[in-house]
Design a protein. Structure first.
Length: 604
């Protein structure tokens, strides 16, 4: 793209852009006579200023790390952008029209870039409107009281531009049309239901604007405001959009990137509120993924900022959080990043700890983070009976998965030595098992797959989940399913999760397969849904049969549960009086009726 941008545009960027002001956004500069400025280098850690910016000649040079160039080179290096993207970023920032060389006609990709900018402008305006509703109107009072009770200050609310989406789902469309946005443009924006385009996707929720690395609003996250209907999904995120890809975006990165670079640290959290709490406590190098696990794209995004630094993981202590921690450790280690684990004490999340004990306590807990190797050995010691040979073997073989991810032979040897000391193992035996680890894992059922350990179970594709996947293949079947079963009827956790997502999308009038996938944060489940549908197993003519089988399966299980409870009452019943006998006969009659219903379902 850069080759097609005219020299006139490039010259205008170099002549018009203020390199001193631009560099000053990343590091503090002090004038030392004339138009010469000095500061600490934003590219490498230092305490004595060796970074020089010449405002007249419009270049920079670091006497420490030797990085140098003009404003385009600076933006490329600081923001990890290509030459073309750096040009476009600077041009738009300075209001310079982008002109192309003679004969070049922008193709579809160029036009998409222009359209993306229009959507960013729409989201920026919408975020400002939501923020106003939160802090200035009676409508947003409940949401404002909630964030205030969670300890967020006005400064934090304003910094993150928190907002409130009105309960009236038709309000937003009407409001934006008054601002001269067309129906066609708004319907493709992701702000409205694809099925009922006059209805907004978010309603009666606390809104978290999601910013790109430049600080522009590109998407939203929405949280229900307690107390809320249990059938509602607690969090909703925008699906992927032209300006937003969740696999490539980190919540809070725009606010934290300078601190991340300066401290050579980053904290990965699970949720938006976690990030906000950390930032309010002065730990402004915290970020969060958005409805997805940590990805290769995320790592590449931050790698240049924390080279030779440390990655901190602050995930929940439940099973899902532990699995996310393990996956993130491996991914970071495979990219030569040092990892520490924050083990939060005294609250379920950073916001609660901040509220109960203050910023100093949360800061101390971050300072007390432990190395990932120590964390894994502690967890394995809790997971397996390491006082037995079998337990030690399983713990060691699972730990080998971590050692495999290390990129240094010295690190591998050091971690194996630590394993020996922790579980009182002989180095010779550990070395032999490590060299033959694949065969040993097969014998002990410790899996070597990078995406799966013994702790992370495969999704169980039973009758419940099979029926719900059939629904995703033929969405018309959901009305049939939901009229016969409830969320509590599902015993399979993955089936229950998918039913809840379907219910949210159905009630929210965003009921397409893309909407459903965008609300799913379980990569294994996404793979199962898309793979199954792609295989053609769940064609429309088959989906109705599968759904009917699922309904019968669930109804039968429901009857079995009722019958088991009834049998337990019958077995415990003691007949003493004639009335007792009558009540027992009534219970036996109920059992007989349940048996008939079970038999009838079995014949379908």
């Amino acid at each position: 793209m850069a080759g097609y941008i005219s020299n006139e545009t490039i010259d205008a960027i170099l002549n018009t852009s203020d390199i001193v002001a631009t560099v000053g956004e990343y590091t503090k500069l002090e004038r030392r006579g004339g138009n010469d400025f000095w500061g600490c280098c934003p590219f490498h850690g230092e305490k004595t200023a060796s970074f020089h910016v010449d405002g007249d000649k419009k270049f920079f040079y670091c006497f420490g790390c030797k990085k140098s160039g003009n404003i385009i080179n600076f933006i490329m290096e600081m923001e990890k952008l290509s030459y073309a993207d750096a040009l476009i970023s600077l041009a738009r920032k300075s209001g310079i029209p982008i002109k192309y060389k003679d004969g070049f006609v922008p193709d579809e990709s160029f036009r998409k870039n222009d359209e993306t900018e229009k959507y960013i402008d729409l989201y920026e305006r919408t975020a400002s409107m939501f923020h106003y509703l939160l802090v200035e109107t009676e409508q947003g009072k409940k949401a404002l009281e909630y964030v205030s009770k969670r300890g967020l200050t006005k400064e934090t609310i304003d910094k993150f531009k928190l907002g409130y989406a009105p309960a009236d789902r038709k309000w937003l469309k009407a409001f934006l049309k008054k601002k001269n946005y067309s129906d066609e443009f708004l319907n493709k924006s992701g702000l409205f239901s694809s099925k009922y385009p006059d209805y907004s996707f978010f309603s009666d929720r606390l809104m978290f604007p999601i910013f790109n690395r430049k600080g522009q609003v590109v998407a939203f996250g929405g949280r229900v405001i307690p107390p809320a209907d249990e059938s509602q999904r607690k969090y909703l995120n925008s699906g992927d959009l032209p300006q937003f890809k969740k696999r490539e975006t980190l919540f809070g990165f725009n606010f934290g990137k300078n601190s991340i670079r300066e401290n050579k640290k980053i904290i990965f959290c699970e949720g938006n509120m976690d990030v906000i709490a950390y930032h309010q406590c002065g730990l402004d190098y915290a970020v969060a993924t958005l409805g997805t696990a940590l990805t290769e794209e995320h790592i590449k995004m931050i790698q240049g900022f924390v080279a030779d630094g440390e990655v901190y993981l602050s995930f929940d202590s439940d099973g899902a959080g532990q699995a996310a921690t393990w996956k993130a450790i491996k991914l970071c280690r495979e990219h030569k990043l040092t990892v520490k684990i924050i083990r939060l004490q005294g609250g379920k999340d950073p916001a609660e700890i901040m509220l109960k004990y203050g910023a100093e306590n949360l800061t101390k807990q971050v300072e007390n983070a432990i190395l990932d190797s120590d964390y894994l050995l502690l967890r394995l010691g809790e997971k397996y009976p390491v006082d037995t040979p079998e337990g030690k073997t399983k713990a060691a073989l699972e730990y080998f998965l971590y050692v495999d991810a290390l990129q240094s032979s010295i690190q591998k040897e050091s971690c194996l030595d630590q394993l020996c000391r922790t579980f009182n193992l002989k180095p010779e035996a550990v070395k032999r098992d490590f060299e033959n680890r694949d065969q040993a894992r097969e014998r002990t059922n410790i899996r070597s797959n990078n995406n799966q350990t013994e702790e992370v179970k495969q999704i169980k594709l039973d009758a419940e989940l099979r029926g719900l996947i059939a629904v995703t293949a033929d969405l018309d079947q959901f009305k049939v399913l939901r009229s016969n079963v409830l969320e509590d009827d599902f015993k399979n956790p993955s089936a229950r999760k998918l039913f809840k997502i379907l219910e949210v999308c159905f009630n929210g009038q965003n009921f397409t397969i893309n909407d459903i996938l965008s609300q799913c944060d379980d990569e294994q489940l996404i793979q199962l849904i898309t793979g199954s549908i792609s295989s053609g197993v769940y064609k429309s003519e088959q989906a109705s049969v599968i759904v009917e089988d699922t309904i019968n399966y669930i109804k039968k299980n429901r009857l079995y549960t009722q019958r088991d409870k009834l049998l337990q009452r019958i077995r415990q019943y003691h007949v003493v009086t004639p009335d007792d006998q009558k009540q027992l006969n009534a219970l036996l009659a109920q059992k007989l009726e349940l048996d008939k219903q079970v038999q009838a379902l079995g014949q379908k």
